[in-house]
Write a protein that binds this ligand. Structure first.
Ligand SMILES: [Zn+2]
Length: 48
């Protein structure tokens, strides 16, 4: 597992910080943004 800078999808309500997160990797490129977006951390990233 690898921690990365926080990123989020504009159409999601959580942010991710792990490059192994399936949900994070599923975000479409056009919806991908850097930072937390003021959203809570993804449950899957918390567990990774
Ligand atoms: Zn995640």
């Amino acid at each position: 597992m690898a921690k990365v800078k926080p990123f989020h999808g504009v159409d999601r309500n959580v942010y991710h910080d792990n490059d192994k997160c399936v949900d994070g990797n599923n975000i479409e490129k056009e919806n991908l943004r850097q930072g937390t977006g003021g959203k809570p951390k993804c449950q899957r990233c918390k567990g990774l």
